[in-house]
Structure formats: C-alpha cells, structure tokens
Design a protein around this ligand. Sequence first.
Ligand code: NAD
Length: 255
Amino acid sequence: MGLMDGKRGVIFGVANDRSIAWGVAQQLHEAGAELAFTYLNEALEKRVRPLAGSLGSTIILPCDVGSDDEIAAVFKELEQQWGTIDFVVHAVAFANREDLKRPFSQTSREGFNLAMDISAYSLVPMTRYAMPLMSAGGSIVTMSYLGAMLAVPDYNVMGVAKAALEASVRYLAAELGPQKIRVNAVSAGPIKTLAASGIGNFKQKLHTMEERSPLRRTVTQEEVGKASLYLLSDLSTGVTGEIHYVDGGFNISAL
Ligand code: NAD
C-alpha cells in the first residue's frame, strides 16, 4: 500500500525535469497518487506533456496563475473529471530579471506588483477554487525560501513576495483548518533550476550552503519532494500553517 494510494491532486509549476515541482510529482507518483499538471505556455507544454505522461497522467492543462479565470478553469476541469481532489502543489514564482538585479530600493512599482501577483497572491485564488473540491479535507503546499525571513543578498523583490506568501500560508491555514484543509510551505535551500537562474550570484549561494549548513551540502529536488510528500500525506494530519525548512539546517546556522 502506498502512502498516497487513492489520492488525487494537481501540480502547478513544472517547467522541466529540474523543476522542484517535478521532484514533488515523482515522489507523489511513487507513493501512489494520481496527478494532474498545469503548464504556463505552449513552449513549456512541449516539456510538461511527456513528463506528465511518463507518470501516467492524462489531465494536463494550461494555466497562467496571473489569471483568476485560468485558475478557475483548471479546477472546473478537475471537478468534471474527478469530482474531488485531495491536494494542490503551488510551485510557481516570477519576477522580472531587471527587478531582481537592481538594488531593492530601485524596484519598479510594476515589477513589485508582478512578483507579488504571480509568486504570492496566486496561492489565494488557487486555494479558493480548490476548497469546494476538498469536501473531505485536503492539503495544499507551496514553495518558499529563506529570503522571506532574512534579507538575503540578490533575492530582493522575491524575498518580499515570499514573505507575503508565508503570511498567506498562515492566514489560509487559520481559515481552512475547521474544514480539515491544511496549508503549509516548504522553504527549500538553493537548487539549480530555471527560476534560480534569475537570481544573482546563485553559484555562490550553493557554495555558501555547502560550507556553512550543518549538513555541509546543498539539498536536492528529491529531498524537497519527500518533505512535500510528508506535508501532502496523512503523515502530517496534525500540521498546518508551518514553514518547513528543507535546507540542511542552513536557516539555523547561516552565520
Ligand atoms: P522552475 O523555473 O522550474 O519553476 C518555476 C515555475 O513557475 C515554472 O514552471 C514556471 O512556468 C512557473 N511560472 C512562472 N510564472 C508563471 C505564471 N504566470 N503562471 C503559471 N506558472 C508560472 O523553478 P523552481 O526553482 O522549481 O521554482 C519552483 C518554486 O520553488 C518557486 O516558487 C521558487 O521560488 C521556489 N524555490 C526555489 C528555490 C531554488 O533554489 N530553485 C529555492 C526555494 C524556493
């Protein structure tokens, strides 16, 4: 018997096989879950379809999380095909490269709003449209980073967006707890992905973690996947509103 046998859910955020969302998908699949996937645009659809297909998934839908209508359409389709769902994985983030590169004080109003909209606000409508499909309870997991808590060099506007995301996790968890819907975040250490390529001095961040984290190494997509599996499964039924660090302990001993 797999930990996720009989459970169904949707994963937002696979861009390619290096995506953290893909690491989560693989763990969920191995544990027996049935998965639906979304992709941002046609270019990514070409990558996501074969990956999703390799896990036996047939529900593969377009979704720009900047649009409430597109988010609603995903959950409408899931309702038609499955009736109910058990979990949602939110692993999406975006900020303009120029805004990430600038000193934080120079962040444009437009760039600030965009980073907030895609990286933080999107969890709110995603939860709103998922709720009616989670009549028997459920689990929602998003991805954060230490830059939400500390002023991490080069993380800039994305750190502020992650702080809003983590606060949203707490407010959503407080609201949805009575409905047995849990909301948590995994705060992952740096992992080389497409999104990470927009962060300045990223190699140095990997190196710093190898030098200073208690485990003296970086973490893997698979390790983030396993922690997410814990939060999405019945192993964590008593856990909600938590920011769960998967960073080799870096957050407790960065200095
Ligand atoms: P990734 O590039 O593989 O994934 C980011 C995803 O966001 C992509 O699939 C992209 O298509 C999607 N996305 C961007 N804008 C979107 C939009 N408007 N609508 C829908 N989807 C959109 O990179 P990743 O590192 O796997 O990122 C996944 C999550 O993990 C992000 O929230 C990221 O901030 C977080 N995270 C990453 C790291 C790291 O070091 N890689 C560390 C901690 C947290």
